[in-house]
Design a binder for this molecule. Sequence first.
Ligand SMILES: Cc1cc2nc3c(=O)[nH]c(=O)nc-3n(C[C@H](O)[C@H](O)[C@H](O)COP(=O)(O)O)c2cc1C
Length: 383
Amino acid sequence: MSYKAQPTTCFTGIEYNQNLLALNRWVRSATWEGLAEPNGNVSEEMVKYYADLAKGGVGMIITTCMFFDEERNGVTGFNQAGLATDEMVATHKALVDACHAEETPVVAQINHSGAAAPPFPNLVRQVFSETVPPMEMPHNVMTIEEIEAIEDGFVQAAIRCKEIAGYDGVQIHAAHGYLVNQSLSDLTNNRTDKYGEDRTLFLCNIACKIRAAVGPDYPVLMKLNGDDCLHEGELQIEAKGHTIAQSVEIIKKLVDVVDTVEVSGGSQIAGPKAMPIRKGNHYKVENQGYFKEYAKAVKQAVGDKMRVISVGGIRSVAGANQLIEGGFCDAVSMSRPFIAQPDVVNQMFADEGLKIKCNSCFKCMPYSFQNKVSIRCVKDLKE
Ligand SMILES: Cc1cc2nc3c(=O)[nH]c(=O)nc-3n(C[C@H](O)[C@H](O)[C@H](O)COP(=O)(O)O)c2cc1C
């Protein structure tokens, strides 16, 4: 399909590869929204949510992270969309069609939460080793065969996204303390077999197997922590976690496999200061792009061979321009601003000096989880 040309006052479109031309360089970063049916099917309300995003001027949408295990091991939240069966993924077609009706590309994020699953009943947390902080929840240290089965689960999910739902690409979630990120970290992977000797193996296998299954032209993206930022957290630990040096190593290995890397950071298990989703005054241009140095290191390592997206506290045209013109990245993504204003990109194009509604208070996700409601902006709620 072709995508609409859009007048932009900021920067023009970016070609991810021959099949995926984003309208402009603003990306909606993956955001769980709690709008699917409890079984993982896409609901009508969820379709409308994505249609509103697609109408709002964003260059490319990345969905919520989605689980692929039929027993729901690997979920991250309630009412989360899933990719576990052909029938489930058939319900995604309406969402994809709604985005395409607005000529907006939409990419499916595939995830397994591993040890970081929420405390839902009957879940078995799949882990690489016992070294994560002591877990009371039922968990399973995976055998090699079980690890390979999860690799294949990612691949089957990617095939369904391409062939059944018609997504424009897939994004492997390798960041934020979920299973792939756990495999990369000395905090959570102390195996003595090949998956511990080479902590990048699990991610590289997933990426290479997906590429082999979807063919050379289908966009395969990856969200990768530049660094887990354990040094910023409150854990008193020896472990370094996944570091920027390992990110660069991975990028070099996957340069012919992955089209685009979205560089994030932080780990939800190392305390509030190390979180991927950060509070702060991001209206100030100098505070925008709180993981930008990691994006820049990755960009310098790949040059033009891979597209780099920077995420984290980007809130204005000036903030985005400083990153793109400064050579930190090729595109920028945001999450929270779209919760407050689905059409935030159109609004910024109309008024480049706009002070957007999102003030990065990060009350949205805790509110949803505490009240079991879908995601919404609650910045005006009294504490
Ligand atoms: C409510 C909420 C849900 C999120 N869900 C996901 C997700 O499903 N997958 C993911 O990779 N990141 C997720 N994130 C993280 C964002 O994609 C993004 O990396 C982070 O919020 C920083 O960007 P921001 O400052 O523009 O919000 C979520 C963030 C929020 C606030």
